[in-house]
Design a protein around this ligand. Structure first.
Ligand code: EPU
Length: 431
C-alpha cells in the first residue's frame, strides 16, 4: 500500500517536461494490432495503463520490444488470438479499443470490459456497438463483448453518433481502416487524440480524412504496413500542472506542449488571474496575486475538458468569490468533493453542478483518491494546503501520470511516495 505525503504551502518554481498523451497512447497501442508489420512508437508515457496494454498485446501474440523509457516497437505480424485475457482486459477501461482493432483486422474479437466506473456509473458503449453493426458485424453483449464480421470482413458505412464520444469515434475509425469501401462518421469527437490516432494510422498506410472536424471519412485500404510515429504531448497532464501552479502559486515552464491544445484550459486560468505566456512548444505559467472566481462548463473539445474538471474545481475552491462548475460530459464526476471538503473547501454539489465559495486556505489531512483526475486534484489540494496531507489510493494516479512525484519535486514541491503497511482510510462516502 503506497501513499503520497505532501507538506503543502510552497509555491512551485522550475521546469517540467510533459509526457506523451495517455488517452492517445491507450488508443494507438491497441491500434498497432491493425498493422501487418512493425511499428515503432515514440513519446510513449511511462504509466501503468500503457504497461498493461503491452502485456495484453503480448498475450495476443504481438512482439513488444521496449526500446527505452518512451519508445516501443510492436510487431503484430503473428497474432495468435483475438480474445485478450479476461484478467488483463477488465483492468483497463480503454480495452474497448481491442474490439475495433481486432474486429477490423481479423473480422472477430471477444473482449471483456470493466464493470461500472467511479464517476459515470456504467459507462455505455452503445455507440461503438452501433458503429460495428452498421459495418456488418454481429455483436453479442454479455460478460464478454463478442463481435464477428458476418461475411468475414467489415464494410464501409455511414454512421451518425448520437452523442459526441471520444471512444466510439476512435473505435469505429480503427474498425474502418481495413474495411471494404468508405466509412463516414458524423458528429465525431474532435479531441487532439482523435487527430493523433488518425495521423498514426495514416502514417502506417491508412486513408483517413477530416479527423479534428465533425465528419471523418475513412477509405478502407488492404493493409497497414508499419512505420514510426511519435505520440502528441498530454494536454491534461500539462493542464494539471497549470492548475497546480494556480492553486499553489509560483512560476513553472512546461516543455513539450502544443500550445493550441491548451487554449481551452489557458483561457479559463487567465480569467482566474493566472499569467500564461506561450512559446513554440512550451508555456510559462505564473500566479503571484489572488485567484479570482469564474464559471466553467465541461464540454467535448474544443470546450473545457471534463478531465480537467476536478483540478480546476480545486483551484477555484481557493479563489476569491463564488464559482459555478457544471459537468457537461459525465453524470457523477464530483465524488472527490467530499475529500476536498474535509480539507476545508466550501463546495455544494447538486447533480452535475458544483457551487464553490472560495476559501483562503486548505488544511492537510488524510484523504484518498477515487479516480485518476480526482487523485490529481487532491495532489493539487495537498500542494496548496497548510500542513501535511496523506493521500491514499494513488494507484489511480499512477495509471495516467508519469513520474508525478519526481516532476513535482523538480519544481520544489515537498511530496514523497511512502510505503504504508495498512490503509486507515474508510471507504469514501458521497455526501
Ligand atoms: N457515451 C454513451 N455511449 C457510448 C459512448 C459514450 O452514452 O457509446 C456517453 C458517456 O456515458 C459520456 C459521454 O458519452 O457521458 C462521453 O463519453 P466518451 O465516449 O467520450 O468517453 P470515453 O471515450 O469512454 C474518454 C477518455 C476519458 C474522458 C472522455 C471524455 C480514454 C481512455 N478515456 O473516455 O478520460 O473523460 O473520453 O473526454 O480516452 C481520463 O483520462 O481520466 C478519462 C476518464
Amino acid at each position: 500500500m503506497n501513499e503520497y505525503v505532501i507538506h503543502g504551502g510552497r509555491p512551485l518554481h522550475g521546469e517540467i517536461t510533459v509526457s506523451g498523451a495517455k488517452n492517445a497512447a491507450v488508443a494507438i497501442i491497441p491500434a498497432a494490432l491493425l498493422v501487418d508489420g512493425v511499428c515503432r512508437i515514440e513519446n510513449v508515457p511511462e504509466i501503468s495503463d500503457v504497461t498493461l496494454f503491452f502485456s495484453i498485446l503480448e498475450e495476443l501474440g504481438a512482439r513488444v520490444r521496449v526500446l527505452n523509457r518512451h519508445a516501443v516497437e510492436i510487431d503484430s505480424r503473428n497474432i495468435t488470438s483475438t480474445t485478450p485475457p479476461y484478467e488483463l482486459a477488465c483492468r483497463i477501461r480503454a480495452s474497448y479499443y481491442l474490439l475495433g482493432a481486432l474486429l477490423g483486422r481479423f473480422g472477430k474479437a471477444t473482449v471483456s470490459l470493466p464493470g461500472g466506473c467511479n464517476f459515470g456509473g456504467v459507462r455505455p458503449i452503445d455507440q461503438h456497438v452501433k458503429g460495428f453493426r452498421a459495418m456488418g458485424a454481429e455483436v453479442i453483449e454479455g460478460g464478454y463483448i463478442e463481435a464477428t464480421a458476418i461475411d468475414g470482413h467489415l464494410h464501409g458505412a455511414s454512421i451518425y453518433m448520437d452523442m459526441v464520444s471520444v471512444g466510439a469515434t476512435m473505435n469505429v475509425m480503427m474498425a474502418a481502416v481495413l474495411a471494404e469501401g468508405t466509412t463516414t462518421i458524423d458528429n465525431a469527437a474532435k479531441e487532439p487524440h482523435i487527430v493523433d490516432l488518425a495521423n498514426f494510422l495514416n502514417s502506417m498506410g491508412a486513408d483517413i480524412k477530416g479527423a479534428g472536424t465533425d465528419t471523418i471519412k475513412i477509405r478502407g485500404v488492404e493493409k497497414l504496413t508499419g512505420g514510426t510515429y511519435s505520440i502528441i504531448p498530454d494536454q491534461i497532464e500539462a493542464g494539471t500542472y497549470m492548475a497546480a501552479v494556480a492553486a499553489a502559486g509560483g512560476e513553472v515552464v512546461l516543455h513539450n506542449i502544443i500550445p493550441k491544445h491548451m487554449d481551452c484550459i489557458s483561457s479559463k486560468l487567465e480569467e482566474m488571474g493566472v499569467e500564461i505566456e506561450e512559446g513554440d512548444d512550451s508555456l510559462v505559467v505564473r500566479r503571484t496575486g489572488e485567484l479570482t472566481r469564474t464559471n466553467v462548463k465541461t464540454l467535448p473539445y474544443p470546450g473545457f475538458p471534463t478531465d480537467m474538471q476536478p483540478q480546476i474545481t480545486t483551484a477555484l475552491a481557493l479563489a476569491h468569490g463564488t464559482s459555478i462548475v457544471t459537468e457537461g460530459v459525465w453524470d457523477n464526476r464530483f465524488k472527490y468533493v467530499a475529500e476536498l471538503k474535509r480539507m476545508g473547501a466550501h463546495i455544494q454539489v447538486d447533480g452535475k453542478v458544483a457551487v464553490i465559495e472560495g476559501v483562503d486556505r486548505f488544511e492537510g489531512t488524510i484523504i484518498k483518491a477515487c479516480d485518476l483526475r480526482a487523485g490529481a486534484a487532491l495532489v493539487i489540494a495537498g500542494l496548496a494546503a497548510h500542513g501535511t496531507t496523506h493521500l491514499g489510493k494513488i494507484e489511480y494516479i499512477e495509471r495516467g501520470y508519469e513520474d508525478l512525484v519526481g516532476k513535482l519535486r523538480g519544481v520544489g514541491a515537498d511530496i514523497r511516495l511512502v510505503d504504508t503497511p495498512e490503509d486507515p482510510r474508510p471507504e469514501l462516502k458521497i455526501i
